[in-house]
Design a binder for this molecule. Sequence first.
Ligand SMILES: Cc1ncc(C[n+]2csc(CCOP(=O)(O)OP(=O)(O)O)c2C)c(N)n1
Length: 676
Amino acid sequence: MTVETQATRDHRSLGIPDAELIGMYETMVLARRLDERMWALNRQGRAPFVVSAAGHEAIQVGAAFALDREQDWGLPYYRDVAVNLALGVSVEDILLGVFGRGADPASGGRQMPNHWSDPSRRIFTHSSVVATQFPHACGIAYALKMEERPGVVAAFGGEGSTSGGDWHEAMNFAAIHQLPVVFIIENNQYAISVPEAQEVAGDIAARAIGYGMPGVAVDGNDVLASYEAVKEAVDRARSGDGPTLVAARTYRFYAHTSDDDDRLYRSADEVEEWRRRDPITILHQYLVESRLLDEAAEAAIDEEATTTVAQAVQAADAAPVGRDPLAKVYANPITTTEAATTAEPIPQGEEVNLITAINSTLHEIMAAIPETVVFGEDVADPKGGVFKATEGLTEAFGAARSFNTPLAESLIVGIAVGMGAAGVRPLAEIQFADFIHPAFDQLVSEAARIHYRSDGGWGCPIVVRTPYGGGIHGALYHSQSIEAFYSHVPGLKVVVPSTPADVKGLLWSAVEDPDPVLFLEPKKLYRLATGPFPKGDYRVPLGRAALRRTGEDLVIIAYGTMVHFAVEAADRLAQEGIDAGVLDLRSLKPFDWPSVQAAVEATGKILIVYEDNEFGGYGAEVAAQIGEKAFEWLDAPVRRYASPDVPSYPYAPELEAMLMPNAEGIAERARELAAY
Ligand SMILES: Cc1ncc(C[n+]2csc(CCOP(=O)(O)OP(=O)(O)O)c2C)c(N)n1
């Protein structure tokens, strides 16, 4: 239901003590003085880029004061200077970010100013991407609810963010699970230059109706009205009654950022008109009328704010620059030093296929680690996944720990990021790798960068499993290989098991690793590849390749389904007197260079096989590194055998067979290479 909220104009009836109201006023004045000073620093050439909150102080301070600083979580967006001050972040800390200093607690000077992060205050790291924070808020809230921990999550954004898919996906998910989230939209009527009429159809608060949650429209320039609306929403969330949308109408007094010229898209008269409704003036008037503020007190507040800002500017400006820009890409950086030079021993265990190995390992992990959660489309029982990978998990561990998500891939990865931040270990499933692309942003711009961009303040311990690859007549949208996109990204780890034992060993290592791991399952092998499933504790370290077969004439480097084709080819070649080794990379990022180097040194001839299309594929990186670092050991040009540059495999089996690399094709190229 949409409700027009009017300020009660009586702080006591809202339960706000006089001193707290003065505290609100002080925070608003401090934010304004800081804002003015930041803007001046930019114009003086001392701060390269600043973002202004001026005009938004009432909704920002009203909302932040409605939160419990001891237990609630905040996901403020770049305009929320006053939210941060109200949550206890110091002026100096904000200015360290403005100057990009090493001691900037949000990012160590890595992110632009106003990209907040403060783990001690449960302020989650924020990127520049509009709207990605909303699924994170849901993931955090899901973790709190699942573990019955106290706390409400407040997620902030501008009206522009309500156009993004992530916002809608998060609203939907929060309502389905009745999560303790409050969505706070600061509608300043422009998304950079785009006016509200071109940005938003209908009324923002009314959108809540469609998601079955309360939506409240509020005057965002009135701090009491803003506090009241957000407090009601927070109380509702805290008592288990689910999310609320609060849409606050306000206005920004300065341009979008220091790089924007707002004279191009709005008139001086319009700005002037809104300045007459300055949130600080409105509260000031209320305080004077209530006899809570006299001239002396007002002057003292103003002077203290000015002094605090001046001192903080001096201290922050004098702080040293930069920490190591190469550090903290990973929470657990892995460098492989030992090369695989002997064939990987085959472990003991019951003979199973790949899909059974995945299912059994998930059962083991969930039984051993109570913080783990498995979710995705159709993963819950009775279906248990379209390939049955997650079968029985809901029955064994309950609906909270193994659940179906809406059909929204960005949301799936986004909630995983939030859960990881809140101490839960998500094992998300993307039903087919072909449909992971909507989550590219959440994986690349969010998950991969969380640790680096927060200067190590936050981690992203998530696993995203997905079936990939061809050979099952899945055509263009059920056959894609996606590893090249993601192994390109610093901060992500990418693994591809090819045996049941590696499924177990790698999945365990992935879930125990503090970094985001993309776990690519070659779906052609689900029922085709069988092998022993090791009992008890079993780990395959990330970053270690496995030599499946030694060979003296050449080495075939492969991963996933291609490993099996390569072994088949090597068996045939052996009958012809050609001794081909097979190196299964299995961990694409981190990459096991020492094992590749050892293969080059041992044979001087390398054939790289991958089922992705050839151009710019993962094999291109392997070939480039060999060319650069091991040229002198080569006895022949490095060869690649991959799919031609077509958009994945056709449906017709005959056509698919014409494109997908196979054992005969591998043998043919290996013969040529051996004869070189
Ligand atoms: C996904 C995405 N697209 C484009 C941009 C560039 N951009 C940064 S802020 C912004 C406007 C956001 O407006 P709004 O959400 O209303 O917040 P406001 O800045 O007005 O407070 C745009 C287009 C971005 N950061 N992210």
